[in-house]
Design a protein around this ligand. Structure first.
Ligand SMILES: Cc1ncc(COP(=O)(O)O)c(C=O)c1O
Length: 488
């Protein structure tokens, strides 16, 4: 299993397409005109702080500490960050979108218009990387512009301190934990890298994971093992057995691998190969009974797609990538650690002023200048997903999956390769193809029909991974099946 990447023919085709789309265009015109108009309107209706309003009338600090203190007092007098709250209030476009989606009143075809996907692309690869709703993208652009209107204010002047904590609270809400446990990272890989780099493990310790573990949650442990003297053991799970697994099987397959020296067990909540959803609560209990100290979960494919309750599941750590199923801008992540585990993880990033975050999840987070406009947009991405509705999304994923499975099972050329029950599965489905390498089929699917799926070679069994989202509909699934059948 390699990292998420299409094999070379498809990759070349994708690269070619991106290049021809953008060639000759200046950055401003990369937005379609209507979207550019909307950004202009959005900027007009958003309450950007102006001189003489909010805190922008406060004189900026100079280098002297006295002036700086005076500035901070003045800032507090002006209502501090709260005075800027209107600048980060829901932009009108986003508020409108959210109001119209509320209560699950959406349909996939109508929703597709609210995304930036190219008209000639059938995007069925949300497990590799998500796509951002237009309204969230526009909010992101507005934050970028706002930041450039006074970079110091937004980066170091404290204007985005309170909103940053709102982002943390929104993430905590999605993950079923409290904000004080959430470290805002850049992706799942970074979260695992931070824990592997910062946790003291020694020669008597073992880190255990299966062949279903993604490299983003595995390589970091292997990297540090030799120098620190601990052992990493990877056991094989046969992806081709997935359709027959029960919850009992999944717990047993993991627990029977635990040895007295196993201190850390790392598992994907939903794996990226065939989309098996692990029964986390049961697995954590059984792993603890077997002597594991910490169970760490890779939630890259679950957060935003299925309900997640980190605290209830009893896991010690959970790392995720909101740029997949939460449809946030790329390069946003979250790491949740129990206070006990966090106290044992030395920070990877060390920088000035960190003392004030000692003992909090933020102590692991600050590393100097960061892309705050992007971080601000995470709250909007979450608001958009909430407006779609957890239940409505789940109904949609489930219905599409049932439809895909029925079509696959009726086809002599195809076979279903994921768990059969929704409770053990996800909107991430493995479709076995016969007669041709899956990589060739996926490259041709893209070149001829604009369909984006990911190929897998499962030890000789050829499979296409299909991961639909809210804007995909049954007709798109039907076309996918017909196109694959035509290529085999
Ligand atoms: C299960 C799983 N874990 C981790 C990752 C890595 O994600 P990121 O690059 O956002 O860290 C992926 C990416 O596809 C994944 O599917």
């Amino acid at each position: 299993m390699g990292p998420e990447r299409l094999r070379s023919p498809a990759r070349t085709a994708l690269a070619g397409r991106e290049e021809s789309e953008w060639r000759g265009l200046d950055p401003a015109s990369k937005l379609e005109p209507s979207a550019a108009d909307r950004v202009a309107r959005l900027r007009k209706c958003s309450t950007l702080p102006r001189r003489g309003q909010g805190i922008a009338h406060v004189k900026h600090p100079t280098s002297s500490p006295t002036d700086r203190r005076a500035f901070l007092r003045a800032l507090a007098g002006a209502g501090g960050a709260a005075a800027l709250a209107p600048a980060l209030g829901r932009y009108e476009a986003l508020a409108h979108e959210i109001a119209s989606l509320q209560g699950g009143a959406w349909s996939a075809p109508a929703l597709r218009e609210r995304y930036l996907l190219a008209a000639d692309v059938s995007y069925l690869n949300h497990a590799s990387i998500g796509t951002v709703p237009k309204a969230v993208h526009e909010a992101h652009v507005a934050y970028l512009r706002l930041c450039e209107s006074n970079p110091w204010l937004y980066m170091w002047g404290g204007a985005w301190e309170e909103p940053r904590e709102r982002v943390r609270a929104a993430v905590a809400g999605v993950l079923g934990t409290s904000p004080d446990r959430v470290t805002l990272t850049h992706n799942t890989t970074e979260g695992f890298s931070m824990v592997a780099a910062g946790l003291d493990l020694g020669p008597r310790d073992e880190v255990l994971f299966s062949s279903f573990n993604h490299p983003g949650a595995s390589v970091c442990w292997e990297h540090h093992a030799a120098r620190r003297g601990y052992r990493v053991r990877r056991f094989a799970l046969a992806a081709t057995d997935a359709p027959g697994w029960s919850a009992d099987d999944l717990v047993r397959l993991h627990v029977e691998q635990i040895r007295p020296e196993t201190r850390v067990l790392v598992v994907p909540h939903v794996d990226n190969i065939v989309g098996v959803r692990l029964p986390l609560e049961r697995l954590v209990r059984a792993a603890r009974d077997a002597g594991v100290a910490w169970v760490l979960v890779d939630g890259a494919q679950s957060a935003g797609m299925i309900p997640v309750d980190v605290d209830l599941s009893g896991v010690d750590g959970f790392s995720t990538s909101p740029h997949k199923w939460l449809q946030a801008p790329k390069g946003l992540g979250a790491l949740v650690l129990t206070p006990d585990l966090r106290a044992r993880v030395h920070p990877t990033w060390v920088t000035w002023g960190q003392e004030r975050w000692a003992g909090t999840a933020r102590a692991l987070e600050d590393y100097g200048t960061r892309n705050l406009p992007e971080l601000m947009a995470l709250e909007d991405a979450i608001a958009f997903q909430r407006a779609l509705g957890v239940d409505a999304k789940e109904r949609h994923y489930r219905a599409l999956r049932d439809h895909l499975r029925a079509r696959v099972e009726a086809s002599p050329a195809l076979a279903w390769g994921s768990p059969t029950s929704w409770d053990l599965g996800a909107s991430l489905c493995s479709i076995r193809v016969r007669g041709r390498p899956a990589a060739d089929v996926s490259a041709e699917l893209y070149e001829r029909f604009g369909t984006v799926v990911r190929p897998f070679d499962l030890g000789g069994v050829q499979a296409l991974r299909v991961s639909p989202n809210v804007m995909n509909d049954r007709a798109e699934i039907d076309r996918f099946v017909e196109h694959v059948e035509a290529l085999l």
